[in-house]
Design a protein around this ligand. Structure first.
Ligand code: CA
Length: 227
């Protein structure tokens, strides 16, 4: 079954351009012209990924991203934010709201399709085995993580980040290493983005009393503490 990509964009020409390119690449493109329509479609059928415009007529895309992250059913849904905003502060706000990736308009449709493919691959986690380190268990394909009886709420990107760290316990991991290991050949993502995701991962771990597992190594990067 081809992956279903919900394309939430109010400008018909751009929506159509994205949909055509996704279909050409073998995806099922489901168009939505506003946040309300996107919500209805997601309620009816859960897509595999959402391309989400920041500026929508009825609600900011960033609010929809936040809502999706806050709901157990849609928490693991990969989101690519689409926007004319290029400022780093906006980009970080987008990531903070739960976006996994970010494409700035004007964009090349080929680049967007490449990002969709990369994110789906990253989130599919290729049937990786469950892993247990330092009291945490993680099952990458389902994004289920727990500390003992406590569930840890993770977005797809935080899950990949945690998985990478758990597979390298005790190692000092530079931002470049994490970029390479978690985002792959994703040259558009900067090192500040790593910090944003590490912060989000720590918040998720703090909720189960495990914030100390991800340590900052001054001037070098991060380390997953193996207890
Ligand atoms: Ca728009």
């Amino acid at each position: 079954m081809n992956a279903k990509v919900l394309v939430v964009e109010d400008e018909a020409a751009i929506r159509e351009l994205i949909a055509v390119n996704l279909r050409r690449a073998g995806y099922q493109a489901l168009p939505a012209a506003d946040a309300a329509s996107a919500r209805r479609q997601i309620e009816a059928v859960l897509p595999d990924l959402v391309v989400l415009d920041w500026m929508l007529p009825d609600a900011p895309g960033i609010d929809l991203a936040r809502t999706l992250r806050g709901d157990a059913r849609t928490r693991a849904l990969p989101i690519i934010m689409l926007t004319a905003r290029a400022a780093e502060a906006d980009r970080i706000a987008g990531f903070d709201a739960g976006a996994d990736d970010y494409v700035t308009k004007p964009f090349s449709p080929h680049e967007l399709v490449a990002r969709v493919r990369a994110l789906l691959r990253r989130c599919g986690a290729a049937g990786a085995d469950p892993i247990e380190v330092a009291g945490l268990s993680l099952d990458p394909p389902t994004l289920r993580a727990s500390a003992g009886e406590l569930q840890i709420e993770l977005s797809p990107t935080e899950c990949r980040l945690l998985e990478f760290m758990m597979r390298h316990p005790g190692h000092v991991l530079s931002r470049a290493t994490l970029l390479d290991g978690v985002w792959g050949d994703h040259v558009f993502i900067g090192e500040r983005t790593v910090d944003v995701h590490v912060r989000r991962l720590r918040v998720a771990l703090a909720a189960v009393g495990c914030a100390g597992l991800v340590q900052t190594v001054r001037g070098a990067g991060y380390r997953f503490a193996a207890r």
